[in-house]
Write a protein that binds this ligand. Structure first.
Ligand code: PMP
Length: 396
């Protein structure tokens, strides 16, 4: 049977991910991986899970195991109103839609907004998982320029002036892959621009709670509430395996997000939503988040100081105040994929940065480094080895 001919046209845009192929070696024994993009299991609140589970069964009884409305578990949506208020976002429980991870929101957004060939504006580089979610709806990407302070507002305006942009996708705080944060001044400028052009922004914010230094910066949603779908998740502050994401969207968009979600999974796991409601409403998050921050802060400091100590001249890297990633850039001409293959021979892996760009040929000399998954000693060792590999490959 020729299954190939049965496949839908939309799969043409999806394909096997090249990054997945090159990262296959990461699980080899003895590999120190800076390639991951996931929270450390040490960050999970294991010690309270039994208590949370009992509390949920006592409080909600069989309702915690029953089908539930697509919009989300009422107690969770109610407590998220307070959570969002602390970020400066005004909402009611009715404005909030719970999803199966923020990834679930991104896919639904693609389904609701993108017709084949529609133009979506993205940062260069951007979060690969968003591109994967949108790709099934066959958009064209329009790249916007970024620098150390994130998206350059003039680049956004230039793109919007040309017209025909369905929506803009941004990760403004501790971006994946660069760790960069858009400054408050730029956020205000971006808000003015999207209002001026009546544009829709999808603001993806999974990392802002993981702040190790500096002041919180309010989301762009706070400056342009009617133009922004704000997307966030409990994956980095509770447990990613529970798959609890959420969004606050303008009415019409939310209405359609609910309709498409009905077709996908009816609703997100009731039990997991009830656990999340308990985690937030009983103050567990407030008590646990500082522990996650104290777990990651020293790891990030270890990576920044190892980079300072070992990395060769001609390299620069981001110095984020939080998040899970550092982005390093070598001098023009260095091919980080070549460095990658040499470095995995020495048992150190990272992600070559070019995979996070929509345009071919961009970001060849860049790399994404994750610091959440390994301890400080391994971080120092990995950066030292990586530096030696880079120095070695420049001599050849
Ligand atoms: N957006 C960004 C920018 C991410 O980095 C991630 C996770 N890697 C997600 C969304 C998806 O997270 P989740 O589905 O677990 O909420």
């Amino acid at each position: 049977m020729d299954f190939e001919k049965l496949l839908a046209d939309r799969l043409n845009k999806m394909g096997a991910s090249a990054i997945r192929e090159i990262l296959k070696v990461v699980s080899q024994p003895g590999m120190i991986s800076l390639a991951g993009g996931i929270p450390s299991p040490e960050s999970f609140p294991m010690e309270i899970m039994g208590k949370l589970t009992s509390a949920v069964l006592e409080k909600y009884s069989s309702n915690a195991l029953q089908y539930d409305p697509t919009e989300g578990f009422t107690s969770l949506r109610e407590v998220l109103v307070d959570y969002l208020k602390r970020k400066g976002i005004k909402s009611t429980a009715n404005d909030i839609l719970i999803a199966t991870g923020s990834q679930g929101v991104l896919d639904s957004i693609g389904k609701v907004l993108i017709s084949k060939g529609d133009r979506v504006a993205v940062e260069a580089p951007t979060y690969l998982g968003a591109l994967q979610a949108f790709n099934s709806y066959e958009p064209e990407y329009v790249r916007m320029d970024t620098d150390d302070d994130g998206l350059i507002p003039q680049s956004l305006e230039k793109v919007l002036k040309l017209g025909g942009i369905k929506f803009i996708y941004l990760v403004p705080t501790f971006q994946n892959p660069t760790g960069r944060t858009i400054t408050i001044e730029r956020r205000k400028e971006i808000a003015v621009i999207i209002k001026k052009y009546n544009a829709l922004l999808v603001e993806d914010d999974p990392y802002s709670a993981l702040r190790y230094r500096g002041e919180n910066i309010p989301p762009i949603k706070t400056h342009a509430p009617d133009n922004v779908v704000y997307v966030s998740t409990l994956s980095k502050v509770f447990a990613p395996g529970l798959r609890i994401g959420f969004c606050v969207a303008p009415d019409l968009i939310k209405k359609w997000l609910v309709i498409v979600k009905q077709g996908v999974d009816l609703h997100t796991s009731t039990f997991n939503q009830a656990l999340a409601a308990e985690y937030l409403s009983e103050g567990y998050l407030e008590r646990h988040l500082p522990k996650i921050i104290e777990l990651y802060r020293p790891k990030q400091e270890a990576m920044l100081s190892a980079l300072e100590k070992y990395f060769p001249e001609g390299f620069t890297w981001s110095k984020p105040e939080g998040g899970m990633f550092i982005w390093a850039k070598g001098p023009d001409g260095i091919d980080m994929e070549k460095v990658y293959w040499k470095s995995v021979e020495k048992k150190v892996a990272f992600v070559p940065g070019k995979y996070f760009f929509t345009a071919r040929g961009e970001g060849i000399e860049t790399m994404r480094l994750n610091f959440t998954m390994i301890d400080k000693k391994a971080i120092e060792k990995a950066i030292k080895i990586l530096s030696e590999v880079i120095k070695g490959s420049r001599k050849n």
